[in-house]
Design a protein around this ligand. Structure first.
Ligand code: GCB
Ligand code: CA
Length: 879
């Protein structure tokens, strides 16, 4: 036999042995039957719906206009077929996660229950199954349950079988399969340095004969670096201590050198392989210090990263693995080094990607907003904490175990009562129990609790003393206050808790991808405000070494069904949208953090824009264009002409660009010749609407608004309102609507029903007399947009409040009614709350108007009762 043939022959001999000895992990995701609801009328036609897993029953109802989403019972069932070859094997059904209370049945018999949406569980079904067809059924319930976290929080608790389901098939002799759905082997590195490392492997086997456990360590290239044998103790437990791994290749975000540990269970006499499991291994050491911050492998290391929720536009929480992995890649490409896996443990694919790509992580259980003071809640909380630690123990990416997020924000007892004091005590006790559990389970990691900005309260209750790291979720200059308050806050922590390492566990501001303002203000939801917010925070974050790191809230936008605002149901703090379109803030971070040469023209996704022409001009308008880069200098060209060359400061350079009508071509070149291109379609609105060199076409105005809005579906570009001047267009009279008269925020914060253009409907001019546009003669379509922004309750409150004062009767809100008259012709008579102006409901109407005799368009608002309103106006010249 030639050598090649001998190798092939040996391979043939060996392969079946190895293949048979491996555990089989086989997904069973396709062709499930699903039924929503608990009624048992199974014979009804269409009772079952055929679906694949991952699946959630809430993908649609978290986004629709009806308040609330289905939180109740759902049933899943599937036929599973067992081959003859599995006779005598041990068979488990394994769920990566299911939301949230699960009961699993095999052939009609219950095999177990599990509480909690976010961690894996498995059941031994060996005795319940037989060769051939078996029926697997899962009952799930995502009802609010006082014993199961999360009890509250800014996200949705999607129900369903939303992660992979597997069958695990092993030899009767196997590594422990009954330890919180782990593979029964736990790896740690008690000592690591550049020269030398130790690996400690602990585990348990279930063996009915004399066995031996072989532990083999391979480096990232697959070369064996250590091998050792162990024998199990009487109870099946075993230990393997591998000392003296020379010059280990360290694991870090920059160099995620991943080793692996293969544990093989063999028959002691024959050497036959019975079972085998593989786990990741990374050599790194790290610490957190209250003054010096975080250090990795002996070097100071500023953690910069983001949090991430596990949902996606239109598919809810039921993501295929590839979408999970993509998110880690987005973070990596940005130059991020850290993922706060929050507010709950996520798909195993996320953790594996972090190991592989080099992303440090903190993982947390979903103890959000409040706790229940019951034994049941304590039990499930401790159980989840234990599941989380054991299931993720072997990931080198994990450096922090966390529990409780903003847990003092929504106390069960609202009033300052004795009950509330007792509640704080109980909560403190629970935190201490969770802390103790983390330290017992895993002394090698740090612990963290994320607090909200109520420093005094956390201090008084003693919660800051418990975890090893204090995480602060800070939103100064967003929900309230000013940017400067952020620095004051972190300095206060450092002063009052000089021994306690600190991490900024959250910071961020909402931005509706479609909204822009070059002079942004707090809470206007523009991308520009978000950019400003992060700029301000970054100054402080980088200034102090005691800030171990900063974790942006959030890598991606996510769904909280109850949220209203510019994009209803969505928290818009993501660097990426729910469908993973990057906002400029993503590129700002990339310019600052990524080491890969990078250049990007800011606002390139804002590709349909409109603006009034520059003063004294009619067909051109100037806007700043920011170029993001990590190179020294950038040059910008607009429409093939050089705009200028500038030094890059803090990742950016700003140029003034003169835009003309139609497509404008931008090109940016960095000093290393890296290039980026963008095409921006621009509509310059002439100051004088009758000028020849820029004839009138369209005008989209959002009243009561200072922002520009791009409709990313129709590509219509909306401009903010302006006051009328002769020859031009604008409102006459009235004022900008504010929910809170004294506040700095304009517009409403409500979900406007019946429209995707919430931002435009949320803003409004009230009490206006007219709107005029001095357009040339022709045939026009005028669209008027209205929404009553005062809800029924607000209307009633207004009456009530004013009743208390002297001017009560005169000013009380008794609803509104007005006529709309275009060029002297009444087109809406008595538009009122009794007809189309239903609170927070969008209403619009299109009217065709013929303009003659150079009169332009005048829209008058004649009030009968209350004040007239106008939310938006579109003007389009047809002929
Ligand atoms: C927080 C919470 C997080 C919210 C965030 C926000 O502090 O921890 O769950 O989503 O604020 O955007 O309000
Ligand atoms: Ca508006």
């Amino acid at each position: 036999m030639k050598i090649k043939n001998i190798v092939a022959f040996i391979a043939i001999l060996l392969t079946p042995v190895i293949a048979n000895a491996q555990r089989i992990k086989q997904s069973i995701n396709t062709s499930w039957q699903f039924h929503k609801g608990s009624d048992e009328n199974e014979t009804a036609p269409d009772y079952w719906q055929t679906i694949n897993i991952p699946h959630t029953w809430n993908a649609d109802d978290v986004m629709d206009d009806t308040p609330g989403y289905f939180r109740g019972i759902g049933w899943y069932q599937k036929e599973i077929f067992l081959p003859k070859g599995w006779t005598g094997k041990t068979i488990y059904v394994y769920f990566e996660g299911a939301s949230q209370l699960a009961e699993v049945f095999i052939n009609g018999k219950s095999v177990g229950t599990h509480a909690g949406s976010y961690l894996a569980f498995s059941f031994d079904i060996t005795k319940q199954v037989h060769e051939g067809k078996n029926i697997l059924r899962v009952k799930l319930d995502n009802s609010h349950d006082p014993d199961i976290a999360p009890l509250g929080g800014d996200f949705s608790v999607y129900g369903g079988l939303y992660r992979d389901v597997y069958l695990l098939v092993a030899d009767a002799n196997h590594f422990d399969m009954d330890n919180y759905a782990t593979n029964g082997v736990f790896i740690s590195t008690p000592q690591v340095s550049e020269d030398n490392a130790t690996v400690n492997v602990k585990g348990k086997v279930n063996a009915f004969q004399k066995v031996k456990i072989i532990t083999t360590v391979y480096d990232r290239k697959g070369i064996q670096v250590a091998k050792t044998d162990s024998r199990p103790n009487k109870d099946g437990s075993f230990v393997a201590n591998i000392k003296g791994i020379k010059s280990p290749q360290l694991w870090s975000p920059e160099h995620p050198n991943l080793y692996k540990v293969v544990n093989t269970l063999t028959d002691a006499k024959t050497g036959k392989v019975l079972d085998e499991v593989t786990n990741p291994l990374g050599f790194r050491w790290f610490s957190f210090n209250a003054d010096k911050g975080f250090s990795l492998n002996g070097e100071p290391y500023k953690i910069m990263g983001a949090s991430r929720h596990q949902d996606y536009k239109e598919i809810g929480s039921a993501l295929p693995d590839a979408l999970h992995i993509n998110d880690v890649q987005w973070l990596k490409d940005m130059g991020g080094s850290f993922l706060r896996v929050s507010h709950y443990p996520q798909d195993p694919a996320i953790m594996e990607a972090c190991d592989r790509l080099g992303i440090l992580t903190a993982v947390e259980t979903p103890g959000n907003n409040q706790v229940t003071e019951s034994e049941g809640y304590t039990r499930t909380m401790l159980n989840m904490q234990c599941e989380m630690i054991r299931q993720n123990y072997n990931h080198p990416s994990v450096i922090i175990w966390s529990y409780m997020n903003e847990v003092l924000i929504q106390p069960l007892h609202k009033e300052k009562t004795l009950e509330r004091e007792q509640y704080w005590k109980n909560l403190h006790n629970l935190a201490q129990k969770l802390e103790n559990l983390c330290r017992e389970e895993d002394p090698a990691r740090f612990t963290m609790v994320a607090f909200h900005g109520d420093f005094d309260l956390y201090k008084r209750i003693g919660l800051i003393d418990i975890p090893m790291i204090a995480g602060w979720n800070l939103y100064q200059g967003w929900y309230s206050g000013k940017f400067e308050d952020f620095e004051t806050f972190v300095l206060r922590h450092h002063n009052e808790f000089p021994e306690k390492p600190l991490i900024i566990s959250e910071y961020g501001a909402d931005a509706d991808y479609r909204l822009h303002n070059f002079k942004p203000t707090r809470f206007d939801k523009t991308q520009e405000y978000t950019n400003m917010y992060h700029d301000a925070y970054l100054k402080t974050i980088m200034k102090y070494t005691f800030i171990s790191g900063a974790i942006m809230w959030n890598l991606v936008e996510f769904v909280n069904e109850g949220r209203q605002e510019a994009v209803p149901h969505v928290n818009n703090k993501g660097l990426l949208t729910t469908e993973r379109k990057p906002k400029d803030i993503y590129y700002i971070y990339k310019a600052l953090l990524s080491k890969v040469p990078f250049i990007k023209i800011g606002g390139s996704n804002w590709n349909s824009r409109a603006q009034v022409a520059d003063a004294g001009k009619e067909a051109t308008a100037t806007q700043p264009v920011t170029v993001y880069s990590n190179q020294a200098e950038v040059t910008l060209f607009a429409n093939y002409m050089k705009v200028g060359t500038q030094k890059v400061v803090n990742g950016k350079a700003v140029f003034d660009v003169i835009f003309g009508n139609g497509d404008n071509h931008l090109k940016a070149v960095a000093s290393n010749n890296e290039e980026d291109f963008a095409t921006i379609n621009f509509h310059v609105i002439a100051n004088n609407l009758k000028v020849k060199n820029n004839p009138f076409t369209t005008l989209n105005v959002s009243l009561g608004d200072y922002r520009m809005f791009m409709d990313d579906i129709t590509h219509e570009a909306w401009v903010p309102e302006q006051e009328y001047t002769p020859g031009s267009w604008g409102y006459i009279g009235g004022k900008v609507y504010k929910e809170d008269e004294k506040g700095d925020r304009y517009g409403s914060s409500r979900n406007i029903l019946g429209t995707p253009y919430d931002a435009m409907y949320e803003t409004q001019r009230t009490g206006l007399n007219s709107f005029k546009a001095d357009v040339p003669d022709g045939v026009y379509e005028v669209t008027l947009h209205f929404a009553e922004l005062l809800t029924k309750e607000q209307q009633e409150k207004l009456v009530y409040n004013l009743d208390k004062s002297a001017v009560a009767q005169k000013n009380s809100f008794t609803g509104r009614s007005f006529d709309v008259i275009i060029n002297g012709f009444t087109i809406l008579e008595n538009l009122s709350n009794e007809n189309y102006l239903v609170p927070i409901q969008a209403y619009n109407t299109k009217i065709t108007v013929t303009v003659k005799d150079v009169k332009g368009i005048t829209i008058d608002f004649k009030t009968n009762r209350g004040e007239a309103i106008l939310n938006g106006l579109q003007l389009r010249k047809i002929y």
